[in-house]
Design a protein around this ligand. Structure first.
Ligand code: F6R
Length: 352
């Protein structure tokens, strides 16, 4: 296992991703306040027939996480839409939440235009850009969040206003958000303190050392798909590493058989299994048995457990562990975690 030299942090993290990671708890608190102070025109109307959250990458994940937090409590379908077009069921009965940190993401902008044309009730969440301009031009509600940081490091600003507004619209039944939020904010502050570079032994440092030079494969129960997707995305964008994820129980019906070939590759894949009590006991059993069956074909299997008691705290504890792991993995790969040069280059080329 590779170990991390603290001097490398200063050398590679020249844009100070560490500062943003360390402030996740505070950002969640601020994001919630932004949501709470957002003026809703009407919060006593008919509930929507469906909620569509549109966004890509670091913005889209806030939709996955909102859906995961609401989980089985949802009384109407919640769909996360990642792409240019929207389904025909997007109508005047739809609450369509368009999330783009920059406000300039092509797919999100086209989808919100189509949703508006189909009569949906639009809510924007952005720091500015064309999405904000579109909302202003059409007199649509839009939550404005602080600008100037990478979208993926703005999860507290993106997710919390969505949860706060859905809560105020009474779309999250049986939700005691205030106490869940208090617990979450305290836990995230504690994890940030525990995961600081100056602390010699921490879970994210250990995981990064284990994953260095390996292909991370993230497995999670279906109920935690958002978290597995976040881990993958953060390893891609922060660590500049390939990573893959899939979910139980579906992977037991196909992917489990693939753990044989190409053997030179499988032996270089390290599996991370994400655990949380939200998974049905049957899924927990599947995870344990699968680990035994595939382990000989992998570089190793490591279990990572959520912390905290409320679902929100548990989900965000796993997000924090993954974010910090991807950060330390970036440093081990001698990468600056902040720039995403290919994403930017691709967006530039698409504009010409
Ligand atoms: C960059 C990042 C990306 C962006 C994505 C969409 O930090 O996380 O995944 O989030 O390219 O851009 P926005 O979030 O501005 O709509």
């Amino acid at each position: 296992m590779t170990t991390l030299n603290p001097a490398q942090i200063n050398q590679y993290d020249s844009d100070d991703m560490l500062h943003l990671l360390s402030g996740f708890s505070e950002q969640c608190k601020r994001g919630w306040e932004i949501g709470e102070s957002f003026k809703l025109d009407r919060d006593d109307g008919q509930p929507p027939s469906n909620i569509v959250i549109a966004g890509m990458g670091g913005s889209g994940i806030s939709g996955d996480l909102a859906k995961a937090v609401i989980g089985a409590r949802s009384t109407c379908p919640i769909i996360v839409n990642r792409g240019y077009s929207v389904p025909a069921f997007v109508t005047a009965q739809t609450l369509f939440i368009a999330v783009s940190y920059s406000g300039n993401t092509e797919e999100t902008l086209l989808s919100v235009e189509q949703a508006a044309a189909q009569g949906a009730n639009i809510l924007g969440v952005t720091s500015g850009g064309k999405l904000k301009a579109f909302a202003e031009a059409h007199n649509l509600p839009c939550v404005t969040i602080p600008a100037g940081q990478p979208p993926r490091a703005s999860l507290g600003y993106l997710l919390m206003p969505i949860l706060s507004i859905l809560d105020r619209l009474r779309l999250i039944p049986d939700f005691n958000f205030q106490s869940d939020l208090d617990e979450t904010i305290d836990l995230l502050a504690q994890l940030a303190a525990d995961f600081q570079p100056g602390i010699t032994e921490s879970l994210p440092k250990r995981l990064a050392g284990t994953l260095h030079g390996k292909l991370p494969i993230i497995y999670a129960p279906q109920e935690l798909e958002a978290i597995a997707t976040r881990w993958k995305g953060q390893m891609n964008e922060n660590s500049k590493s390939l990573a893959y994820c899939s979910v139980y129980p579906e992977m037991n019906h196909n992917e489990i058989e693939g753990w044989k070939h190409p053997s030179a590759l499988t032996q270089r894949c390290h599996v991370i299994q994400l655990h949380d009590p939200i998974a049905p006991p049957q899924t927990q059993r599947r995870m344990d048995i699968t680990a035994e069956l595939i382990e000989p074909h992998t570089a190793g299997v490591t279990a990572v457990h959520s912390q905290g008691s409320s679902l929100l705290a548990r989900l965000l504890s796993l997000v924090a562990i993954g974010d910090w792991t991807s950060y330390y993995l970036a440093i081990l790969y001698e990468q600056n975690p902040t720039p995403v040069e290919r994403i930017e280059e691709l967006k530039r080329r698409l504009e010409t």
